[in-house]
Design a protein around this ligand. Structure first.
Ligand code: 9Z3
Length: 313
């Protein structure tokens, strides 16, 4: 058991993390994006996190622990935030679902296309709508500087990038939002105690001790971006404990709402838990194309508007 305080655990996590690659490049893109959207237009900016973090078992990583997250929630939410007029920093796990691409087949993606002859490759008529939307909407969002995509893979990269984004958004104040849909590992192997080379096989079972990942939510709320509107997610597989866990997280981390979801029903409904009560948000089951994020983002945007008004008065 560690006797360190929460702040100390957080600093020690960052001090021992391998430095972020291309940090200058990320910072430059991030600052340009924030500057463009906050000055002049005064657009609201949301950081949407998406997909799962990996936990490497070796410094020169061959093996890692991963989780189930597909990135669907984050991608669908991003599209809805852009539609609602927000600029989105999409912090996503490499290789997971992308905004505007949810209707494309990914397995196998090449099924989209038809080879006619050397100069003529066409999109299959069954996929024309999906491809058109993917290309047009995503290009428009990027061209208008409404969407900045930043990929991560490991828990180390994710938390360092989240800190970078939060700190860069500090001055945007109440007009900024964190929508933390990524499935973040709770346990990890500290970099200093990780072997450098591939763990050898052939010497029997493997024992690995995982340390607890320090909870960054408190520090995000108190230090990194205290004025930002903050939405976290709670995932459980046991529906019986879900609301209780979400309510506890709301109190502990002082976020503005916790979106509670159960693994098997997460695409049908979520419960938004906040100090004003619990609201069940469902997809419209009578419309096949309806997704829960359409209704969820409408509610979150409304709550954000109220928050902005209240912070100005
Ligand atoms: C979520 O609960 C997301 O809604 C899902 C979305 C990961 C379930 P998909 O990516 O799924 O569309 O396949 N995200 C947060 C999960 C999480 O790690 N929450 C932590 C916890 O439950 C709190 S930060 O303890």
């Amino acid at each position: 058991m560690s006797s360190m305080g929460e702040d100390e655990e957080v600093s020690s996590f960052f001090e021992s993390s391998p430095p972020l690659k291309k940090m200058e490049d990320i910072l430059q893109k991030l600052n340009g994006f924030i500057e463009h959207n906050s000055s002049g237009g005064g657009r609201r900016i949301v950081c949407v996190t998406s997909g799962g973090t990996t936990v490497p078992l070796e410094q020169r990583c061959v093996r890692y622990i991963d989780n189930f997250s597909s990135g669907n929630r984050g991608a669908a939410s991003t599209e809805n935030f852009v539609k609602a007029g927000y600029a989105v920093v999409f912090l996503y796990r490499s290789g997971t679902c992308q905004p505007y691409c949810r209707s494309l087949p990914d397995d196998p993606f090449l099924d989209c296309f038809q080879f006619l002859d050397n100069t003529n490759i066409q999109v299959h008529s069954s996929h024309v709508e999906a491809v058109k939307m993917a290309v047009m909407d995503q290009q428009a969002a990027v061209a208008e500087a409404r969407l900045l995509k930043l990929p991560f893979t490991t828990i180390y990269e994710y938390l360092q990038m989240l800190r970078l984004i939060a700190t860069a958004l500090k001055d945007v104040g109440p007009c900024s939002m964190f929508y933390l849909a990524a499935a973040v590992s709770d346990f990890y192997v500290p970099w200093n105690s990780m072997t450098e080379h591939k763990i050898e096989s052939g010497s029997g079972p493997l024992d690995i001790r995982l340390a607890q990942v320090p909870k960054m939510l408190s520090i995000l709320r108190t230090t990194w971006a205290p004025k930002a509107f903050c939405i976290s997610f709670k995932l459980e597989t046991d529906a019986k404990i879900l609301i209780d866990k979400a309510t506890k997280a709301l109190g502990k981390y002082k976020v503005h709402a916790v979106v509670a979801n159960e693994l098997s029903t997460r695409k049908e409904e979520v419960v938004v838990v906040s100090s004003s009560g619990n609201v069940v948000v469902r997809r419209d089951s009578d419309k096949p194309e309806s997704i829960v994020e359409d209704n969820l983002i409408r509610l979150i945007v409304d709550r954000h508007s109220t928050y902005i008004k209240e912070s100005h008065s």
